[in-house]
Design a protein around this ligand. Structure first.
Ligand SMILES: C[S@@+](CC[C@H](N)C(=O)[O-])C[C@H]1O[C@@H](n2cnc3c(N)ncnc32)[C@H](O)[C@@H]1O
Length: 243
């Protein structure tokens, strides 16, 4: 008996932390998030407020699109971007979108979601079908796009979930065209967990953005997770910057 326990203990310690993180992440969306939408609600619950009080659709898919459209409004508000057409005509990359739908509803010329769980979300029936968005089922640490080919990179509540936040930020800078915009929303000073293994600070994120010009910084007392607090940084890549 002791032997079996020991062997299980060893196996537990040897489990790849990225797999542990991804399994926990997928479970959260399947077990906590999706049932709320299937039952007729939204998660988070403020979707209809963001859509100026339009009534909830009875149909599941129509509600998914309401949720997706609300995420676009939410990001514009959080980043204090007043132009509702800000994303139009642009190439937009969302790092770590989850199945929420920002890339699907984003009115970009090309809208791309980069998430290592995208294929797993699809297999679990979480993705919006027939979306114009392109999803790349890969990590933001190595984005398979050309340097200087993207107008906007969004990373909302994903930097403390990734494998290597500093590499992700470097990739964001690399793919952004000169004059392009990074919108980063993240918790600082939060307690790491298997699902969110990184404790970020404003200084750490700003440190990875050298060569970019931070045009907006704002913080909220309310975190995305359990503790710490939420910050937004909006940064522009200098017109003269290389990739
Ligand atoms: C909490 S969700 C964020 C969902 C959404 N962006 C939002 O606004 O709430 C974090 C997402 O980051 C993704 N993620 C984890 N590791 C990643 C990586 N290395 N690169 C990109 N995304 C990653 C997870 O799979 C998950 O979908």
């Amino acid at each position: 008996m002791r032997n079996i326990r020991q062997r299980l203990g060893v196996r537990h310690r040897l489990r790849d932390p990225t797999k542990v993180k991804n399994d926990a992440q997928l479970r959260w969306w399947v077990e906590q998030w999706h049932p709320v939408i299937e039952a007729g609600g939204f998660n988070p619950g403020d979707v209809l407020e963001l859509l100026d009080g339009e009534p909830a659709e009875a149909d599941y898919l129509a509600r998914r699109w309401q949720h997706a459209r609300a995420e676009v409004v939410r990001v514009l508000r959080e980043a204090a971007i007043e132009d509702p057409g800000f994303f139009e005509g642009k190439v937009v990359v969302d790092i770590g979108p989850g199945p929420l739908g920002f890339p699907d509803a984003c009115p970009a010329r090309v809208s791309i979601g980069v998430d290592p769980l995208a294929e797993a979300y699809r297999r679990s029936g979480l993705m919006i079908p027939d979306s114009p968005a392109i999803y790349l089922s890969t990590g933001g640490e190595a984005i398979p796009l050309l340097s200087s080919s993207v107008d906007v990179v969004l990373a909302r509540n994903s930097l403390d979930f990734v494998d290597d936040p500093d590499r992700v930020l470097r990739e964001a800078k690399r793919v952004l065209a000169p004059g392009g915009t990074l919108i980063a929303l993240f918790d600082v000073d939060s307690t790491p967990s298997p699902r969110e293994p990184h404790r970020l600070t404003n200084e750490r994120v700003r440190g990875s953005l050298s060569g970019m010009n931070v045009v907006r910084e704002h913080s909220w007392t309310q975190p995305f997770g359990h503790d710490g607090h939420r910050v937004v940084l909006v940064a522009r890549k200098g017109a003269g910057s290389g990739p």
